[in-house]
Design a protein around this ligand. Structure first.
Ligand code: MOS
Length: 756
């Protein structure tokens, strides 16, 4: 399914009634309940991966390579080993062999969990600055930290490619990423159409490397008992972690248990296995003791990938009345020889605007840096910055309101493929957001006098594809009216457990408080990782299936119409009913995977499913310093059915806050000479703090999507898309400076202000 060549245009498809129209939910779905785990987290009683009190635990600390590429000529661990309390120092001289990871395959999605293919401590080769070259294990953390500083390493340095600004000229085109044809595509001859368009916007954009900065840095506690392994890890995907650890340490899958009941944010980086996890497990195996490794913030930067930088071009052709004639979106990204993959930077641009000619392309250059990885709306977050900035510029050039320009180009079917939208509410979210913001009553002020502030307004669309994955679970209803959901899903702060309990409550007709949810443990049925904004819909779909099986079974046992299920259990002499959805292993699991792939491909051909939104913001720009303060924000979204009004709003708000960082402050600085990350701390890499975040008003349509389980489109990532552009557009409105390079720092604003 390559999309390198022109994508065939198919006739619009009607949406079959695959998922019945969402049944009227009961009293619990949609309610703005507090998160079930909120109190535990707020009071400190929630136990995170680095907090398990395991007897005789040892502490591991990484020693990082200080060159980007080359070989270890000599590594001397004698001083480290002699330090009191040191239990072991592992290097490529004495580390046990790790089995090689498998190639990525759709038949086993866990193969995609590889953060980097570097054979850690099994090689003298260095592939990036920060790569672990030794692990020091000691009785106490402080001893391990100090001893790590005593490890002496000499290198044979080889030339490295680390500077994206320079190296992007040798990027080569890619046509697909992880099997998804959303990095390129073509309809008509966009370049020719552009050349003959009466009006043109042709802009270049850059976005920097960014890092995730979850509140909880990556951490692992590993305990071996004979050849059984238990790992607590700050993971977004315990099933993939488990399969990967079994493979790399060559032990049967049943011997590995991964737990992650609490995760302090992930944003994509925790969906992949990085060196810290592998080397903690290795250290525990070698020392025969439980081992904990809690990465420092710097350790995360140096061993866990961030978001790829991009260089983008968006070119739009249009008629005088604002109808697009051509749409071009090109992106350059970086991966690494040892891993990483291209992001969907241009993917959404084929679905947004009704242009007769479209050309989307991506290219990639491999750099000798820690591989890039998924970071909240990987691709869409920065692709939307370019696309939505260019649309704003076009609106300005044509003298059309940016909302109006988008309305004039609102398609009926996907412009790129002609596929149907499962449902499309762009008009509605723009309308809702504009109304709530007072968009059409806005008054920008541009006073040029010394010491003054300019006020500007900006808007941009948000857009993120919707997915579902396989979610296995068991659901049990007891005759006493309590229910138990067992599902190895992930709670990293989004509200997973809370909304699952709400869905169970309504599906089984029991109170929310009567539902217990077990999660975050690979001893439970396999759920998808928390990624792609897909977990809630995926699990909700399986809960609906399980509940209907329960209803059928109770009916077979003699249950009556309208009778509460628990009452029917009592009356028919059953103390409980329990059903399973999906299978974790064996032929049935394989069949489930085949079904999943077939359905995913069919869905892709059949329709476009996406969450969408519209951002509106007000910025205040200091005319003298160029400082941008975001003063007010309204986001209106279509995320399908709302499972919990509070957690959905929090997810969307969180996305916007992260987007403010992307817009204004976040930038991972890499030394172009050495490939070393220079801003590996929260002092040097500024994420938004309270003072940076304005009042954010969230509005949602709560309109179920007919093609998604329970109508849920997912809300984890759509919020961050478009934010960078909304800010940039407001800055332009305030100052006349079109900043096309993120982040929008003071110098760029001042430089961009037109001289009069
Ligand atoms: Mo994500 S980037 O799907 O956690």
């Amino acid at each position: 399914m390559t999309a390198a060549s022109a994508v065939p245009t198919t006739a619009p498809t009607r949406i079959p009634d695959r998922t019945a129209p969402p049944a009227d939910t009961g009293p619990w779905v949609g309610r703005p309940l507090d998160r079930a785990d909120g109190t535990a987290k707020a009071t400190g009683s929630a136990t995170f991966s680095a907090e398990y009190q395991v007897p005789d635990i040892a502490h591991a600390v990484l020693v990082h390579a200080t060159i980007a590429r080359g070989r270890i000529r000599r590594i001397d661990t004698s001083r480290a080993e002699a330090h009191p309390g040191v239990v072991a120092v592992l290097t490529h001289h004495n580390a046990p062999k790790l089995a090689a990871p498998r190639r990525a395959s759709l038949m086993d999605l866990s193969t995609m969990v590889v953060g980097s293919r570097v054979p850690y401590l099994n090689t003298d080769e260095v592939h990036y600055d920060g790569q672990p070259v030794a692990v020091v294990v000691a009785d106490r953390l402080e001893a391990a930290q100090y001893a790590a500083s005593l490890v002496e390493v000499e290198y044979d340095v080889r030339p490295a490619h680390v500077d994206f600004a320079v190296e992007q000229s040798r990027a080569t085109p890619v046509s697909q990423s992880l099997g998804m044809p959303t990095v390129s595509g073509r309809k008509g001859d966009a370049q020719a159409a552009l050349a003959t368009s009466p009006h043109r916007v042709d802009l270049r954009f850059t976005t920097p490397t960014q890092n995730h900065n979850a509140m909880e840095p990556h951490a692992t506690t590993a305990v071996w008992d004979g050849d059984s392994l238990t790992v607590w890890d700050a993971a977004q995907n315990i099933d993939w972690f488990r399969k990967h650890l079994a493979l790399r340490f060559d032990i049967p899958l049943e011997k590995v248990r991964v737990l992650a009941p609490f995760v302090g944010g992930g944003f994509g980086a925790k969906g992949f296995v990085w060196s810290g996890t592998l080397l903690t497990v290795m250290a525990a195996r070698v020392t025969g003791r439980p081992v904990r490794m809690a990465l420092t913030r710097e350790g995360v930067y140096r061993t866990v990938g961030g978001r790829t930088p991009t260089a983008q071009r968006v070119a739009l052709g249009a008629t005088a009345d604002g109808r697009l004639t051509a749409l071009v979106h090109e992106a350059v990204m970086r991966t690494s020889p040892m891993g990483g993959s291209p992001d969907q930077v241009v993917g959404a641009s084929g679905d947004l605007y009704d242009a007769p000619a479209i050309a989307l392309s991506s290219s990639v250059v491999e750099l000798d840096l820690v591989p890039n990885t998924a970071m909240r709306a990987p691709g869409e977050s920065v692709g939307s910055f370019a696309m939505e900035s260019a649309m704003d510029q076009l609106a300005r050039d044509l003298g059309i309101d940016p909302v109006d320009l988008r309305l004039r180009n609102e398609p009926d079917v996907s412009p790129m493929h002609g596929r149907a939208f499962s449902h499309r509410r762009i008009r509605e979210v723009m309308d809702l957001g504009a109304r709530e913001f007072g968009w059409h009553e806005r008054r920008s002020t541009h006073t040029g006098s010394f010491g003054s502030t300019s006020v500007g307004y900006g808007m941009a669309l948000a857009y993120h594809p919707a997915w579902t994955f396989t979610a296995n679970l068991t659901l049990r209803l007891d005759a006493d009216g309590t229910a138990l959901l067992r599902c190895g899903s992930h709670e990293m702060g989004m509200g997973t457990v809370t909304v699952q309990a709400q869905v169970v409550a309504d599906e089984l007709g029991v109170p929310y408080d009567a539902v217990r949810v077990e999660y975050g443990d690979t001893d439970l049925p396999i759920a998808p990782g928390a990624g792609g904004s897909a977990q809630s819909a995926s699990v909700a779909g399986s809960i609906v299936t399980a509940a209907s099986q329960i209803r059928r079974r109770v009916r077979r046992w003699g249950g009556r119409d309208g009778e509460p299920l628990a009452d029917a259990l009592v009356r028919t002499g059953h103390d409980h009913v329990e059903v399973s959805v999906g299978a974790d292993s064996g032929v049935r699991a394989m069949a489930g995977q085949v079904r999943f792939i077939a359905q995913t491909l069919r869905d892709q051909r059949r329709w476009v499913r996406a969450a969408s939104g519209a951002h509106f913001c007000e910025v205040h720009v200091d005319r003298d310093t160029g400082e941008v303060r975001v003063a007010r924000w309204v986001g209106a979204f279509d995320v399908g059915r709302v499972l919990n009004a509070k957690t959905v709003a929090s997810q969307l708000k969180g996305g916007i806050v992260m987007g403010l960082g992307l817009a204004l402050t976040e930038e991972t600085l890499i030394d172009p000479r050495t490939g070393r990350i220079m801003s590996a701390s929260l002092a040097d890499y500024h994420v938004p703090s309270h003072a940076d975040v304005p009042d954010i008003a969230i509005h949602v349509l709560d309109d179920p999507d007919p093609a998604m389980p329970m109508g849920v489109l997912g809300a984890g990532e759509v919020g961050i898309t478009g934010v960078g552009a909304a800010v940039a557009n407001a800055v332009f409105d305030a100052t006349g400076a079109r900043v096309t390079d993120l982040p929008i720092t003071l110098d760029k604003v001042l430089r961009g202000v037109p001289r009069v």
